[in-house]
Design a protein around this ligand. Structure first.
Ligand SMILES: NC(=O)C1=CN([C@@H]2O[C@H](COP(=O)(O)OP(=O)(O)OC[C@H]3O[C@@H](n4cnc5c(N)ncnc54)[C@H](OP(=O)(O)O)[C@@H]3O)[C@@H](O)[C@H]2O)C=CC1
Ligand SMILES: NC(=O)c1ccc[n+]([C@@H]2O[C@H](COP(=O)([O-])OP(=O)(O)OC[C@H]3O[C@@H](n4cnc5c(N)ncnc54)[C@H](O)[C@@H]3O)[C@@H](O)[C@H]2O)c1
Length: 666
């Protein structure tokens, strides 16, 4: 990118990255923080919240006029210190405001942090617990598995569920958002439902909304039973911009057995447990151990830094073109995160309503921010691997344009951007005509000859126990707004397990691309059986794992690892994308957004610009899913209508099991 990187000496040492490692990658290491601040054009930081106000003010004063600042800004907490940013005509991006859309996941630092926190929270709980997590039948008696209850199943909660399951616990979970039930179950845990009115729980951006005290009281009452059974409670419940709700009351603590453990992973936003002492581990009179760790990600500093630095690099790539800051004001990511632009406060930043007027009139519109003081280890220096001389950006470091200064370009005329405009032009086929169910595909040495079939009739809908509308639209709101289009019409070719088995028997290389649907179906053990069968017949099998497949980072990895599918077979985007043209059959199992060519070929959709697994380059693509419903992004997928694609409709697990039988029967 032609950017030079400066970082403070020893910035990465606590995270396992020495100064020499940065120098080797082409960065400049400077001992004096002041010198760095006075030199740089862009300052990349990480955390706010626990800001040391005076040091922050000093640091901001040291920065040049018009500097750009990128990091977690705590935009929900205005503070007078930030008036300095306005006065100095700075530009600030708050990364907690990254929209939760598929294409923005590569800059989503909250997801990265939550993943690390969920993982580590379970290890903390296990080490505090007086019980072992897995079941053991031993000569000294049977040790029952620890019962872990996770409250809040967003990214951190899902990761905690996966981790607790991995070390053998019996796991239940609860979340206020009803759609999370499927996600929890996709990890093999039990979802606990309560009798609560949940119509209003979902706020903007997929986040939970703040509920009134009466709602929380009802929640607490209904949780008593599950608490009395639990050995470990892990809480991750949060509402953006608000103090975390108190969900673990004194009554609930009293319901826990002595020796039980509560790990409150919402401590950074005030805590979910009434008696938690933030940053400490205590034991109650009842003998319940409560831990409320702060900045948990810093305990896993090496990997946390690696993930965060990748997010930051991606963000920088997004905003700098030809060494200049170049902002696409139509881009939802920029619209959301840009809270101060050349000293002007932008109204789209989330700030408490009560402070808005005050801040605007006083021109001290500001958002919590911590510069490089007291940098927690998480924020320390990431060192990116990769081929570029400088492929990593130190979080404590900063960037300087190589050619002496970054101009500010493309900022002046923000247009109104409406996310999803393009969707209006896409649509999906709303009529059943052309939806071909059975085809008479002839499969000859991996290539398709002809495709015709019968039109989808009510028979199919009946068989699936779903209405036609439900089959086509899958109940995902966004798609229902789309106008009818010709993406699918007359182009969908359906196949059968028998045909796919024949196709596989002629293949030499097969790539399996799992997605959220594999997890929902619990198809992973069937996938292992299929893999073994194919390999026994000298067919090479690899897995293409997209970084955002599923509903939490690493979702596919967890499930495939449970089945002992070797890590060597799991390939990321970079490792596998060049090999699809040499692939006879790609099996897309319950994946949708991560293989959607609209990501490459369109703009304005939630996936546009997101790298995908290029399965469409394979000789034949088999897509296994239950219907033509969209995935998380809510948009149609032209892959399903491509010439080399065959749809194998059905539940992922059942379909793969049938495929195994058909293959054996050949
Ligand atoms: N990884 C992460 O950290 C997070 C990811 N996300 C988002 O989730 C998406 C993940 O992409 P991807 O993994 O492709 O998943 P998608 O959500 O795009 O698609 C999943 C597909 O699975 C199918 N499916 C569901 N149940 C079954 C079943 N029982 N058997 C067979 N198929 C089934 C569905 O179709 P049908 O109903 O027709 O069967 C659906 O189209 C991305 O948009 C990502 O941004 C969101 C939050 C976090
Ligand atoms: N597409 C994407 O790219 C992407 C990436 C990451 C997250 N997301 C979505 O963002 C949303 C927020 O996820 P998050 O992990 O950042 O959430 P979060 O950290 O804000 O909250 C954690 C969880 O606490 C839950 N919660 C809040 N109040 C609760 C209560 N009273 N009782 C029980 N649970 C309660 C929330 O529903 C949430 O699941 C989710 O919809 C998630 O799927 C999308």
């Amino acid at each position: 990118m032609g950017i030079s990187v400066i970082l403070q000496a020893k910035a990465g040492s606590d995270a396992g990255y020495s100064d020499a490692m940065y120098v080797e990658k082409g960065a400049k290491v400077v001992p004096s923080r002041k010198v760095i601040l006075r030199t740089v054009n862009i300052l990349v930081s990480i955390r706010s919240g626990a800001a040391d106000i005076e040091t922050t003010k000093r640091a901001l004063n040291d920065l040049k006029l018009g500097s750009v600042i990128i990091g977690l800004m705590n935009p929900y907490k205005p503070a007078d210190v930030f008036a300095i940013m306005v006065r100095k005509k700075m530009t600030a991006f708050a990364l907690e405001l990254v929209p939760r859309i598929s294409r923005a996941q590569d800059v989503d630092v909250l997801s990265s942090i939550a993943s690390v926190v969920g993982y580590k929270g379970v290890l903390m709980a296990a080490s505090l617990s007086k019980k072992m997590f897995p079941m053991m039948i031993t000569a000294a008696g049977t040790v029952s598995p620890a019962k872990v209850f996770v409250i809040g199943a967003g990214v951190a909660g899902l990761q905690a569920i996966a981790m607790a399951k991995r070390i053998g616990a019996s796991v239940s979970a609860y979340d206020i958002r009803p759609e999370v039930k499927e996600q929890v179950e996709s990890l093999g845990a039990r979802f606990i439902s309560f009798d609560l009115e949940v119509d209003q729980v979902k706020g903007e951006g997929g986040y939970a909304r703040k509920m009134d005290e009466d709602f929380y009281r009802k929640q607490r009452v209904q949780m008593e039973h599950i608490f009395s059974e639990s050995d470990v409670v892990i809480t991750t419940a949060a509402v953006p911009g608000k103090k975390a709700p108190i969900l673990v009351s004194k009554n609930l603590l009293a319901a826990l057995k002595p020796g039980s453990v509560v790990v409150d992973l919402s401590a950074d936003s005030g805590g979910n447990c009434v008696d938690a002492v933030l940053g400490k581990t205590i034991t109650t009179k009842n003998g319940v151990i409560i831990s409320a760790p702060l900045n948990v990600a810093s305990d896993i500093a090496t990997h946390a830094s690696q993930m965060l630095s990748k997010n930051l690099c991606n963000f920088i790539t997004h905003i700098i073109k030809n060494k200049h800051l170049s902002l696409d004001m139509d881009d939802e990511v920029i619209q959301n995160t840009l809270i101060i632009h050349q000293g002007a406060f932008r109204r789209n930043a989330i700030i408490p309503k009560k402070d808005e007027g005050k801040m605007l009139s006083a021109k001290t519109v500001f958002l919590g921010f911590e510069v490089i003081t007291k940098v927690p280890t998480t924020l320390h220096t990431p060192l990116m691997s990769g081929s570029n001389a400088i492929s990593g950006i130190t979080i404590v470091g900063a960037l300087v344009a190589a050619s002496g200064g970054l101009g500010l370009k493309g900022l002046s005329h923000p247009k109104t951007a409406v996310r999803g405009n393009i969707l209006g032009a896409i649509g999906i086929a709303a009529s059943a005509t052309g939806f071909v169910l059975n085809n008479l595909v002839l499969i000859v040495a991996g290539s398709l000859v002809g495709a015709s079939g019968i039109i989808l009739t009510r028979v199919m809908c009946k068989a699936m126990n779903r209405s036609l509308a439900n089959v086509l639209f899958g109940g995902v709101g966004a798609v229902q707004d789309l106008v009818q289009d010709d993406i699918y019409e007359g182009k969908i070719k359906s196949t059968s397990a028998e045909e796919v088995a024949m196709l596989l028997s002629t293949a030499r290389r097969v790539v399996i691309v799992p997605g959220y649907g594999m997890a929902v179906a619990g198809a992973q053990s069937a996938v292992r059986a299929l893999t073994e069968l194919l390999e026994k017949n000298d067919i090479t099998v690899e897995f293409g794992i997209h970084p955002v497949a599923g509903r939490m980072p690493g979702h596919m990895n967890v499930l495939l690892a449970e089945e002992n599918i070797s890590y060597e077979k799991l390939k990321d985007l970079d490792q596998i994308n060049n090999s699809f043209h040499n692939t006879d059959v790609s099996i897309v199992l319950g994946a949708n957004d991560v293989v959607n060519p609209l990501a490459r070929e369109s703009s304005g959709t939630p996936v546009s610009g997101m790298p995908i697994l290029n399965v469409d380059k394979s000789r034949t693509v088999i897509v296994i899913k239950r219907s033509l419903s969209p995935g998380f992004a809510g948009i149609p997928n032209p892959l399903f209508a491509m010439e080399n694609t065959l749809m194998l409709f059905g539940d992922g697990k059942e379909v793969i099991e049938t495929l195994v039988s058909e293959y054996k029967a050949l």
